[in-house]
Design a binder for this molecule. Structure first.
Ligand SMILES: [Cu+2]
Length: 440
């Protein structure tokens, strides 16, 4: 079992006390932070009412302090260094050592108190979209409350009135602070742990950054043309896989804090949207689908039964959102005989990269040749990347894999490796004579 004690002592987690004055700390809950960008096992509640915890993709849930029946959390808004994927780190702003911040998990009816300490170089606030709360707790800077100045701590105090999927983000200098990664998930579990029960409950946010290859800090004035599309600030292949045992009921809660919509697509299974920003959907209102569009600011929870073993792709269906940093001004070269051209241009323009006369695809050898021709700048990610059991997957950005296994133990979140498909169940090359293409 994953106890509070082992959680505090877990890899990458630290209780940081030294940086806050002793007098202030006497009243504040201790600060728990992590420098890990990996998914932490679900946080089993050490006290309070029972619930089935969520697993945050490339993230974690924040432990709380229970005081006089109130759950007290401490969010520290601060600059962080986040690994987007191996080979690339970003200077972001977040909460408690990470961006996105930790997931907050409470139970319907819980009295909740959140202390927010501002260690940013500018004022901030925290808004709690979807919560039923007193107007003064809604967090719109200078509408509902004064801004939280650098160095100040503010307290938000309200009751979690309805179960569902929520998020939190600043409502102060919003474009800058969200472009820098300030956001987190919030899950309010049902009062009855048996209601809407699933076996695996994942949560993450859709976010986007514009970070020029070779640099570390997002361009905060970008409005639409982002070059890194991420699940919880992780780009494939840095994104964790999601796991399920064959036959388990799975929920995936997704919130969209980017500037555009994302049609989220699961392979091999049909799902229903069981929860929106407004609460559980009535069962009679649900229809099956395999792609659901998540608009800006929305939250959706999809549910399905893990019916087929395998490694099933799970991704945004906008194909440029499953790519990493790329130039958007490349001409189409399909059909062009490039011959020796790439080498000649590369000797003059080091950033030049041919898309190839047949398309952008890179098989192993061509990819290797390209790497020799065009070394990547420091701190960026290949445009199409990730390797699978059969070669390069040519994906990036908003992509991960749903791994369903018959032999996975309940509650096991360790990556089981690639799926071993039974003999005879994989697409195979035709070995007969391929007919010539006739052109009229
Ligand atoms: Cu997308």
């Amino acid at each position: 079992m994953f106890t509070r004690r082992s959680f505090f002592n877990g890899a990458g987690l630290a209780v940081a006390a030294a940086t806050v004055g002793k007098r202030a700390l006497a009243a504040l809950p201790e600060i728990v932070s992590t420098d890990s960008a990996s998914m932490q096992p679900p946080l089993v509640p050490p006290n309070g009412r029972p619930y089935h915890p969520v697993a945050t993709l490339n993230g974690w849930s924040l432990p709380w302090r229970m005081r006089q029946g109130t759950k007290e959390f401490h969010l520290v808004a601060e600059p962080v260094v986040r690994e987007i994927a191996p080979g690339m780190k970003a200077n972001l702003w977040g909460y408690d050592g990470q961006s996105p911040g930790p997931t907050l998990e409470v139970v319907e009816g819980d009295r909740v108190r959140i202390f927010v300490t501002n260690r940013l170089p500018e004022h901030t606030s925290v808004h709690w979209p979807g919560q039923r709360l007193p107007n003064g707790m809604d967090g719109v800077s200078c509408l509902n409350q004064p801004s939280i100045k650098p160095g100040q701590t503010y307290v938000y105090d309200f009751t979690a009135q309805r179960a569902g999927t929520f998020m939190y983000h600043p409502h102060a200098d919003e474009t800058t602070q969200m472009a820098m990664g300030m956001m987190g998930s919030w899950v309010t579990h049902p009062r009855d742990p048996g209601q809407m029960r699933v076996d695996r409950d994942y949560v993450f946010l859709l976010n986007a950054y514009d970070i020029s290859p070779g640099s570390f800090t997002p361009k905060v004035s970008t409005m639409l043309d982002f070059n890194l599309w991420t699940f919880n600030s992780s780009a494939y292949p840095g994104t964790d896989p999601m796991l399920a045992r064959l036959g388990e009921r799975v929920r995936i809660r997704v919130g969209n804090l980017t500037m555009t919509n994302h049609p989220i697509h699961l392979h091999g299974h049909e799902f229903v949207v069981a929860d929106t920003d407004g609460g559980w959907t009535p069962p009679g209102s649900r229809w099956p689908e395999v792609t659901t569009d998540i608009a800006v600011g929305q939250m959706r929870a999809i549910e399905f039964t893990a019916a087929a073993p395998g490694d099933w792709a799970f991704h945004c269906h906008k194909s440029h959102h499953t790519m990493n940093a790329m130039s958007h001004t490349l001409p189409t070269t399909i059909g062009v005989e490039s011959g020796d051209l790439t080498r000649k241009i590369t000797s003059l323009v080091t950033e030049y990269m041919s898309m190839g006369g047949a398309g952008g695809a890179m098989d192993g050898a061509a990819s290797g040749a390209m790497q020799m021709q065009m070394p990547l700048p420091e701190n960026t990610l290949p445009m199409m990347t990730g390797s699978g059991p059969h070669g390069p997957i040519e994906m990036g950005g908003m992509f991960t894999v749903m791994k369903i296994r018959a032999d996975l133990a309940h509650g096991d979140y360790r990556d089981p490796g690639w799926y071993q498909a039974p003999a005879g169940s994989v697409a195979y090359p035709w070995e007969g004579e391929t007919p010539a293409v006739e052109r009229g």
